[in-house]
Design a protein around this ligand. Structure first.
Ligand code: HEC
Ligand code: HEC
Ligand code: HEC
Ligand code: HEC
Ligand code: HEC
Ligand code: HEC
Ligand code: HEC
Ligand code: HEC
Length: 328
């Protein structure tokens, strides 16, 4: 049975009244907010009310040990906040936090949100985008973090003093760090304030990338065939501007990246045109043309080329392509 709207509303306001009337043992998940979606698995921020001295986190049904947040040292550093770097599963996530006082359960908070790394667009339906850098959300952080830096301070080259990396260091714990981000030139691409909002990037995609990677664009604008997303300059669909666990600043491993848009190309039967039902390997073997594992880019140049399929090294025909790896 569906609850009538008026009843729902009065129950909701009753719950709010009850919450206001309760003693201070409240608990709140500040990030990720219930009903939102996130594109990174970098931060989980919990605010514990006064009466709470310990927390148990449950992410995806797996519970942590009791985390003691009552120690003097802890309080001096973090007061009543718990900030951890979590591991969200792709897709829907549920977090439950239980607050304890002297071993007894006194509060609980839940958040259901969606984690979708960039390569798996589009954003999920039914979940809201969440903007962290707004005064009302930053209010809980300003006591300890500098959230009004000058434009020049965005380039301070020290992880502890740069006003952005104090919080955003999780995104740099990856093997492949993009040149200017690794050099702490946050201010080259981000503004303290612009029309998109606080701390937002000044430009995205080719408009930004080409300020330094003009050569890439020139090369492919001269190619006979340019790959769809490159032709429209959408570099960030495939590349992360900061750091990545994948070579080439890619937002996903090569084959996952390509298959995200080209479903069904993972059998390898397309290479041999399914002759005799045979399939060509697409991974798990040595490339033969270079010292890497074979993947889609062994045969296809990701940006463009001289065949309609962007064969590597500018080759024009299937036969020439095969010969890159199979001499005779
Ligand atoms: C009571 C002080 C305090 C408040 C308030 C506070 N933080 Fe922090 N935060 C810290 C300290 C201390 C560190 C550790 C800094 C270091 O190690 O250099 C930190 C580190 C972090 C980190 C990095 C964690 C890591 O290891 O990667 C994130 C993310 C973060 N804070 C987010 C927030 C957010 C979001 C808020 C507001 C909702 C907030 N903090 C409010 C004290 C605070
Ligand atoms: C108090 C911690 C904190 C500080 C300091 C901080 N951020 Fe954030 N920022 C966050 C959190 C938490 C999010 C949401 C999670 C995420 O995207 O990692 C976020 C999100 C963002 C976003 C996405 C848009 C948005 O508002 O949600 C941008 C862009 C961003 N931060 C840039 C910056 C830049 C540039 C700086 C330095 C001037 C900075 N941040 C300083 C905590 C912080
Ligand atoms: C080469 C340009 C560039 C540099 C340098 C750069 N960023 Fe970004 N940043 C971007 C772009 C572009 C986006 C928009 C996200 C997208 O579409 O990929 C972004 C988005 C973000 C976000 C939002 C989360 C996300 O991944 O979308 C955060 C947080 C952030 N940057 C922090 C930083 C910090 C901290 C630094 C300095 C250490 C920095 N950035 C340096 C270009 C840059
Ligand atoms: C301020 C200049 C600057 C901007 C803007 C910039 N880059 Fe870079 N980028 C560099 C530098 C410097 C390197 C490292 C040089 C090198 O190792 O070849 C680099 C390296 C790269 C690499 C790795 C190259 C390799 O050989 O593995 C990729 C991919 C890349 N950038 C993509 C982008 C994309 C996409 C954008 C736009 C979102 C962008 N860059 C914006 C300066 C920039
Ligand atoms: C369809 C996905 C995709 C798009 C869109 C894309 N790239 Fe790439 N890019 C790749 C892949 C895949 C590689 C190869 C990475 C590797 O394996 O080393 C690459 C490599 C690079 C490299 C380093 C190697 C080289 O060729 O010098 C740079 C720099 C680069 N891209 C810049 C850009 C810029 C700038 C744009 C936007 C104009 C862009 N890319 C758009 C997928 C893409
Ligand atoms: C963001 C989505 C996206 C990603 C990621 C992507 N592509 Fe594409 N690709 C397209 C679009 C759009 C076209 C042009 C439309 C078409 O012809 O199907 C295209 C066309 C192609 C074509 C030519 C198809 C034809 O029928 O002529 C090939 C080959 C190709 N992509 C290979 C790749 C490879 C290899 C990767 C990974 C490095 C990749 N794509 C990643 C969107 C994408
Ligand atoms: C060993 C070489 C090789 C590898 C590896 C390879 N391809 Fe292909 N691909 C080809 C050839 C050859 C063609 C042209 C087929 C034809 O002539 O009909 C092609 C065509 C395509 C096309 C366009 C034709 C169509 O049927 O739509 C797409 C899209 C494509 N490949 C995507 C991929 C993706 C994604 C990967 C990685 C998962 C990949 N390819 C790996 C050789 C390769
Ligand atoms: C980028 C390198 C590369 C290119 C280009 C390439 N191949 Fe291959 N091919 C391989 C590798 C690696 C293997 C696996 C060899 C092994 O297992 O030792 C392979 C295996 C094969 C096999 C044997 C398959 C099996 O299961 O035993 C055939 C047939 C084949 N390739 C045909 C082709 C044809 C036809 C083309 C051109 C359309 C082509 N290859 C292009 C790398 C390549």
């Amino acid at each position: 049975m569906k609850m009538p709207k008026w009843l729902y509303q009065s129950v909701a306001s009753l719950i709010i009244l009850l919450a206001l009337g309760l003693p201070a043992a409240a608990l709140e998940i500040l990030y990720p907010v219930n009903g939102s979606y996130v594109t990174r698995s970098d931060a989980l921020v919990i605010k514990a009310g006064e009466g709470v001295d310990g927390l148990v986190l449950e992410i995806g049904g797996v519970a942590s040990d009791l985390i003691d947040i009552s120690g003097e040292e802890y309080r001096a550093l973090f007061q009543d906040l718990l900030i951890v770097e979590p591991f969200f599963d792709p897709g829907q996530n549920r977090i439950r936090v239980t607050g304890y006082r002297q071993g007894e359960k006194v509060a609980e908070a839940r958040s259901m949100f969606y984690y979708q790394a960039k390569a798996n667009r589009p954003p999920p339906e039914g979940y809201q985008a969440y903007t962290m850098h707004q005064p009302e959300h930053e209010a809980a952080c300003v006591a300890c973090h500098d959230l009004s830096p000058t434009q020049e301070q965005l380039d301070i080259a020290s992880p502890a003093e740069n006003p952005c990396t104090t919080c955003h260091r999780g995104m740099f714990r990856n093997e492949w760090v993009h040149g200017p981000a690794g050099a702490y030139q946050c201010g080259y691409c981000h503004d303290v304030q612009n029309e998109k909002g606080r701390f937002r990037e000044r430009k995205i995609h080719a408009d930004l990338c080409n300020e330094c990677h003009q050569d890439i664009v020139e090369t492919y604008q001269q190619s006979k065939y340019v790959h769809g997303p490159v032709a429209v300059g959408m570099c960030n669909l495939c590349h992360d501007s900061h750091a990545s666990p994948h070579e080439g600043q890619l937002v996903a491993a090569v084959n996952d990246l390509c298959l995200g848009c080209h479903e069904g190309m993972n059998s390898g039967s397309h290479v041999l045109r399914g002759i005799g039902g045979k399939a060509h390997p697409l991974s798990g073997v040595k490339d033969l043309s270079r010292s890497r594992e074979l993947n889609c880019t062994g045969c296809h140049n990701p940006h463009g080329g001289n065949s309609p399929y962007f064969f590597q090294r500018g080759v024009k025909t299937r036969m020439q392509l095969c010969q890159i790896c199979h001499q005779k």
